[in-house]
Write a protein that binds this ligand. Structure first.
Ligand SMILES: [Zn+2]
Length: 76
């Protein structure tokens, strides 16, 4: 299933409405069914002090982003 491992965000259903939602267009505008999918990516996050590989939404990846390990050359 398409779901964020951290926050549980998943598919939502709604309408795609053309034109503004006010005045005459409120009754006349076409309303097509639309599926809103979460913006999922694979990445490493820091949860409870441990780095984990997860499939999470972009906002969760930005919040819990794991720090990059920097390799220092031996000769320096
Ligand atoms: Zn999330």
């Amino acid at each position: 299933m398409i779901q964020c491992d951290i926050c549980g965000k998943s598919v939502q259903y709604g309408h795609l409405i053309r034109h503004t939602h006010s005045g005459l267009w409120e009754k006349r505008a076409t309303k097509n069914p639309k599926i809103f999918r979460p913006n999922l990516h694979k990445g490493k996050v820091l949860l409870n002090g441990k780095i984990k590989n997860v499939k999470a939404c972009a906002s969760c990846l930005a919040k819990f982003k794991a720090p990059r390990t920097v390799k220092i050359p031996a000769s320096a």
